[in-house]
Design a protein around this ligand. Structure first.
Ligand SMILES: [Zn+2]
Ligand SMILES: [Zn+2]
Length: 217
């Protein structure tokens, strides 16, 4: 449990080499990633404006880990509440998990957000805490307009599965209407992505702005 906080402290530690602080940020994302590991990292490179050359703005790593931390606090509070509620239900003899499953217990291959795992560029553009707040509100029964994940209200994007159609959110590729066959299909990125390039922030320039010469992103 303290692991996240230990690594968060390392990201903050200005005495450590930047590479180590960046790798501590990576560990934090492996421990908590609302958009999945790769998409959460991609999101943070943009929202915290992490430059390709870390030396250009060491504080960017701190901004990134703080955005993640802020969202984790909100999630943790809700997850603890859920765990307490489950314990009470079990004591009352109700062992079956109620539907819908809380958003953090969804498996990525069955979830409507599978695309975020298969294309790190397709994720909500919401700040992570906003996303968590939104998911918690939906879990508590709120009926929010637009895509459940990102609130996008534009017409849906139809994607062929070869034998049927899937309706996706135009913003984040969340599945709003699954394929009629009932299977959750793979999401195939429009342009194949290069994870190494994303990891090294090829899509960001040295001043932390999105790189205009990089089409992917
Ligand atoms: Zn969406
Ligand atoms: Zn199908």
């Amino acid at each position: 449990m303290t692991s996240f906080l230990t690594h968060r402290a390392r990201v903050h530690d200005a005495r450590l080499p930047l590479r180590r602080r960046h790798s501590a940020l990576r560990t934090c994302i492996t421990l908590f990633a609302p958009y999945g590991f790769r998409a959460t990292y991609h999101h943070l490179t943009l929202s915290a404006a992490i430059p390709r050359r870390l030396e250009a703005d060491p504080d960017a790593l701190v901004r990134a880990v703080e955005e993640l931390y802020e969202a984790r606090v909100l999630w943790l509070a809700r997850a603890e509440e859920y765990a307490a509620q489950r314990r009470a239900e079990k004591r009352a003899g109700r062992r079956a998990v109620v539907n819908p499953r809380p958003w953090w217990l969804r498996s990525w291959w069955e979830g409507p957000n599978r695309a975020w795992y298969e294309d790190p560029f397709r994720h909500p553009s919401l700040r992570l805490s906003e996303y968590v707040r939104r998911q918690n509100a939906i879990l508590d029964g709120a009926d929010l307009p637009g895509c459940p994940a990102c609130g996008d209200e534009r017409p849906l994007e139809s994607s062929s599965t070869g034998h049927g159609w899937v309706e996706l959110c135009r913003g984040c590729a969340w599945v709003l209407a699954p394929c009629p066959c009932g299977q959750r299909h793979r999401f195939v990125p429009e342009t194949p992505f290069n994870w190494k390039g994303i990891w090294q922030r090829a899509h960001i320039s040295d001043d932390g702005m999105p790189n205009p010469h990089c089409s992917a992103g």
